[in-house]
Design a protein around this ligand. Structure first.
Ligand SMILES: Cc1ncc(COP(=O)(O)O)c(C=O)c1O
Length: 388
């Protein structure tokens, strides 16, 4: 009779042999490590074109599932996911900017701006902030420039930058272009078809869409994404499998969410732009917005669920409107099913000097609204009451 296994062994191996099932949704593979059957298989890991899984900081099946969806949605060869947008952005900038210079537009997410302004130079990257026009003309680029980083639509001004023109200026000088396309999501903007090399998303926002997962994604060609994922092994900013599962679930409704959010945002932006209590509405889908002409080539299906508006009285004026909102949640972030409002001066652009605010186009009386899935009339009632 075979000897009975000890309790220690049973506790570790007892679950093996559960009848195979065929789950419809993705499974969460929590294991951080993976079996090899033989030494030969173990060695194969280093040579195989499509190697088996080895360790979840390298690759994880649930995370790969989410990466496959994002890559396909952007029309890219591959995607690398990270534990947050900032982990993705910093790893990408350190990887591709290495040994040279990063040129970035100043109207980018505050966290990426701070990384480039304060931290990257201490790590040996030289950084230059330049307006889109200086990049497009080539004046801001030099032989040392490795990466051009820009964001469109830009936070919080919802300014559109010409993706095709910036990417082509970068490419003609052998420089990599990376666009932060978070505000657009892959539903409204396809930067790879406009010539950008890599696309970045804070997947925390529209891709997940439910304010409950932090994640960041970079998509592009297989060679660069491989290079990036090798650096992810070193820096270790990996996405957890559970978070990847939630992201996969969130992405199933991405298209319906974003289309509805575009409709609601346009309706609210139109009403606010006709309202005397409001100085200015920033939303390129409005016909009189200076960036409206670019929407045709870049965002023909809508400009997203985020718009900003400026009220008289600077920060105190904006704060009064902010404090009176009842349905729209006073909270940072965007792209969720709940409508959210933020004061850029007290969130993404806190601590910026007047010159930096002016350069980023941020007005002190500005409020940014990220439209959720609530009924448009309820949102309007809330905004109208808050402005009264
Ligand atoms: C446009 C944009 N890029 C990057 C980030 C950073 O992403 P995360 O918060 O997922 O680290 C954010 C976050 O607000 C963002 O709005």
């Amino acid at each position: 009779m075979a000897r009975k296994q000890g309790i220690g062994t049973i506790l570790v191996h007892g679950a093996h042999g559960v009848a195979p099932s065929r789950p419809v949704t993705e499974s969460i593979v929590r294991s951080v490590t993976y079996h090899f059957d033989t030494a030969a298989e173990s060695e194969q890991y280093y040579h195989a074109e499509d190697p088996p899984y080895l360790y979840s900081r390298y690759e994880n099946p649930t995370v790969r599932g989410a990466e496959a969806i994002i890559a396909a949605a952007e029309g890219a060869e591959d995607c690398a996911l990270f534990a947050s947008g900032m982990a993705a952005a910093t790893t990408a900038l350190l990887t591709f900017g290495r040994g040279g210079e990063v040129v970035a537009t100043p109207y980018i997410y505050g966290g990426v701006y701070r990384f480039l302004r304060d931290e990257a130079p201490r790590l040996g990257l030289s950084v230059k902030f330049a307006d889109a026009a200086e990049i497009i003309s080539g004046a801001a680029l030099s032989t040392a420039t490795r990466v051009v980083w820009f964001e469109t639509p830009a936070n919080p001004t919802i300014r559109l930058l010409d993706i095709a023109a910036i990417s082509s200026a970068a490419r003609s000088r052998g420089t990599l272009s990376i666009v932060d396309s978070t505000f657009a999501s892959p539903i409204l903007q396809k930067p790879l078809t406009l010539g950008t090399d890599l696309v970045f998303h804070s997947a925390t926002k529209y891709l997940n869409g439910h304010s409950d997962v932090l994640a960041g994604a970079v998509v592009g060609d297989a060679v660069r994404i491989r290079e990036l994922s090798l650096m992810r092994r070193i820096y270790g900013g990996n996405l957890d499998a559970g978070a990847a599962y939630e992201l996969i679930r969130g992405m199933k409704t991405l298209e319906v969410r974003v289309r509805r959010q575009c409709e609601t945002a346009l309706e609210l932006a139109r009403r606010l732009s006709r309202d005397r209590r409001v100085e200015r509405v920033l939303y390129p889908a409005l016909g009189d917005d200076p960036d409206h002409p670019l929407t045709q080539q870049q965002m023909p299906d809508g400009c997203g669920g985020v718009f900003s508006f400026v009220v008289p009285g600077g920060l105190p004026g904006a704060s009064r409107v902010y404090d009176r909102l009842q349905l729209v949640a006073r909270a940072a972030s965007l792209g969720s099913v709940e409508s959210l409002v933020s004061l850029p001066l007290l969130s993404s652009h806190h601590g910026f000097s007047d010159a930096e605010l002016a350069r980023a186009g941020v007005d002190k009386g500005m409020l940014r609204v990220s439209v959720g899935l609530e009924s448009v009339e309820d949102l309007w009632e809330d905004l109208d009451r808050a402005l009264s």
